[in-house]
Structures are given as structure tokens and as C-alpha cells.
Design a protein around this ligand. Sequence first.
Ligand SMILES: [Zn+2]
Length: 237
Amino acid sequence: MLHPVINPNKEGIPGAADQRAVRTVYQLHSALALDTVSHTGGFLYERALGRAWVDGEYLDTAYYPSTVTGVQPPTHTQAVEFNQEGFENLAISYGSNGTLQSVTDAFGNPVVYCAVGGATTGCDIRDDLLGAVYRSLAGGGFGQLRTSLNRSSDDFYTRIVNQGCEQAGIPPVVEVPFEFQQLKTATVAHEVAHGVAVRHVTTCGDLMYATADGVMSIYIPVPADYSTIDTQQILLH
Ligand SMILES: [Zn+2]
């Protein structure tokens, strides 16, 4: 649990305020995640690309919803994690040649694909129209991409996104490598903002937008900066 106060020497001095610090961690192996509603569990990277931990939470296990509520005072260090594994657990694009060359799992076995209306666990969804293979989400939104990237091919890690906000009828696409890279930057920026008590907003496409499940914007273009409603929240603290 994290409770350090920054600049403790300023404590108690009239008119002086403590400072907030955010510690960002590039996390190769993510923590466990437990959904207290559906009672399912998995690894944090199966659920989130990053996370801002709240004081009072244990760094070993992330609970959804969090068992600690409320905005934290601006006197504590907040921990932000970037889950690299999460970015390799969403989808793989067929690449520019339009052919999927990543067809085995981490053990070298052929990947099993989910049949329509069939099993949703232990299989990946192969979408030739979209040109991507992606993970199947089961119980509580957890899921692992079974397919292992063939690094000697032009296939690449990506995610499936909608083009713009609320534009019904426009089919989703895969993010190109540049956009996927932008997402990594945006993820850190999003979580760091949580670290200074910025909350989610309901404006689709905003850097701090999140779905009801707390998932970052699934739209392109990837937000490249904080919006006014984001920075106004920062100024409050
Ligand atoms: Zn968030």
C-alpha cells in the first residue's frame, strides 16, 4: 500500500501544501485482477492496458470495482502501471500482404478458432474480412489472445477500433502501427491523469473518456492531448 507524503518538511507550515507525486511503472508482468461482481479472475493485462492504483489498494491484486473509493488527497504518491503484455493480448493484423502468418500459439500448436455460436474460451476469433485475429472475451471481460505473433512475418499487434465517435454503420478497422503506438502514449497519459485525481469523462474520443466498464476510448483518431475538461480537473487539485 502506498502512503508516502511528498515534501513532509512542508507539513504544518501555514499556507504550505504537500505535493503529489506519480510513480509510473513499465510493468512486464502484470498483477492479478479479480472481478468482485462476476467473481471471475485473470491477469490485469487481460483487462487493462494500464492502471492507476489508489491508496489503500494492494499492488498484487486489482479489484473491479475497486474496494477503495473516493478521490485521494493531493499528498500521496500514486502508482501508475503500463501493462506491456496488454498490448500483445488484443489482436494481430494480417499485415500488408493480407495473409495471416501467425497461426500457432505460444507452444507452437495450431490456434483453435471460435466457431460461430460455439465455445468462447480456449479459442481466438479469426476475421478474414477485417484482416485480424483477436481474443475472445469470456466471463467478466477477461481473455487471452491465443495466437502468438510470427515475428518473421509482416503481421503486427493491433486492436480493433471504431472510426470516429457514434458513427453507426461504419465497420470497425484495425489500428495501423502508428496509431497503436499512439495508444501506448495515450494509455500512460490517461493513467497519469488518474494519478492526479482526474476522473473519466463521458465525451467520446476524449483522452479521459471511458466506457461503463472503465475501458479507454476505442475510437480513432487516438486522442493526442488532454482536453479542456481534463485539465480543468487537474487545476482543481
Ligand atoms: Zn481510466
